[in-house]
Design a protein around this ligand. Structure first.
Ligand SMILES: Cc1ncc(COP(=O)(O)O)c(C=O)c1O
Length: 388
């Protein structure tokens, strides 16, 4: 399938929530979900037993759900099914895996993060650093709110154990050059650790091509259930002692970071999500469509709007942070909501280090493949009509 064959209308028909005339620009917070994903979750609850290990047909159904979800996640991220761990969300997985990774870190060791990172990818290191006497550094952002690679390189040193960064910023949509950062981390002897929560909704991911050691994302940002998915490179995962109940499965390696019982029904929903995305041609096709409507929005933004971060579609995903001249973000967002347009307003967008570089509050409109040009037109019109 190519972009010209992608039918946004056909995709939208698969969502009950998109039939109500409300335009959702809130994908960065959590997307809408096609009905078939909900169906898959309900089917799993109806047809599969409560846990792995039940020695009869419905028990084996749980096993099949888990195996399929691992295969799907492996394909989605470009790794083996064995290297996948599921968890409650990105933040929980990040805390758990960073704890295992950091067991032998010592006082004076460093973790390098970036100013564009979401705190879900930073707080685990801040807390580990508090326990161990380590130091968390922050590579600065440029004036255009992209990663300052010179500063990042400057801050890498022989004490750096981990370079953790967001592949795309949930605030400004800025995309980091992951290959470059991972190569720098490798040269410095550090582990590369990617927060792909925002990016995974918009661009295909191949962890081998990126050359990262750890990558975590959250399916609820790409039309799936509330869940987290992690990749940890096998050779590394094998060397880390996980925190988990001793009798529970620790093989294949991805099982090491899964504590307790998994939400099998959500894993069934996850597989339905991947099938949904595949049926549309996959992220390669959806990315091209999203870039097109993203470009369309930028080109048509009214003059009373100040956009923060990259000013074109280069080096970004279609997540737009802005303010309307003289209109407080809260008022703008509420007004747009009343007019049938779902956008968010906030202060630092969980990007603690970026906060001081942003206005006190701002509005965020996120586009994803189910948004239409007509919705963008409406957003542009309503933004233009906002007055102080
Ligand atoms: C870039 C980024 N990282 C991490 C998170 C946290 O993800 P989760 O809710 O799965 O813990 C978010 C959530 O919005 C995010 O946008």
């Amino acid at each position: 399938m190519t972009i010209s064959q992608f039918s946004v209308d056909a995709a939208r028909e698969r969502f009950s929530s998109l039939q109500k005339g409300f335009a959702f620009f809130d994908a960065p917070g959590g997307t809408q979900v096609p009905d078939e994903v909900g169906q898959a979750i309900a089917n799993a609850l109806r047809e599969a037993s409560g846990n792995l290990g039940a020695p009869y047909a419905t028990g084996r159904a749980v096993e099949a759900i888990l195996a399929r979800a691992k295969d799907d996640a492996g394909r989605f991220l470009g790794c083996s099914a064995d290297e996948i761990s599921f968890g409650m969300n990105m933040t929980t997985l990040d805390f758990a895996i960073s704890r295992a990774a950091g067991r032998d870190f010592v006082a004076g060791d460093e973790v390098l993060t970036t100013q564009l990172d979401h705190d879900g990818g930073v707080a685990p290191w801040v807390e580990l650093a508090a326990d161990k006497g380590m130091h968390v550094r922050v590579a600065q952002a440029t004036d255009e709110l992209t990663v300052d690679y010179d500063d990042l390189e400057r801050q890498l040193n022989e004490r750096t154990r981990v370079v953790a960064f967001a592949l795309a910023s949930n605030a400004t949509g800025t995309v980091a050059d992951a290959k470059r950062i991972c190569a720098l981390a490798r040269e410095a002897g550090a582990i590369s650790w990617i927060d792909a929560v925002h990016y995974a909704a918009h661009e295909p991911i191949d962890v081998q091509e990126i050359g990262c050691d750890v990558l975590i994302c959250s399916p609820y940002k790409f039309c799936g259930p509330h869940l987290g998915v992690a990749y940890v490179r096998q050779e590394l995962a094998e060397t880390w002692r996980p925190y988990k109940a001793r009798p529970s499965a620790a093989t294949p390696v991805g099982r090491r970071f899964e504590t307790g019982t998994l939400p099998y029904e959500l894993l069934a929903g996850f597989s339905a999500t991947i099938a949904y995305l595949d049926s549309l041609g996959g992220l390669r096709v959806l990315r091209d469509y999203e870039r097109e409507i993203g470009r369309y929005l930028i080109e048509n933004l009214p003059e009373n709007v100040t956009l923060y971060g990259p000013q074109t579609m280069d080096g970004r995903v279609p997540t737009f942070l802005f303010n309307v001249d003289g209109v407080p973000a809260e008022r703008a967002a509420h007004r747009l909501g009343e007019r049938g347009l779902g956008v968010w307003y906030a202060d630092n967008w969980y990007c603690v280090a970026l906060g001081p570089r942003l206005p006190e509050t701002s509005v965020r409109a996120g586009l994803i493949h189910y948004n239409t040009r007509a919705e963008v037109d409406l957003l542009v019109e309503e933004l233009g009509a906002l007055t102080p």
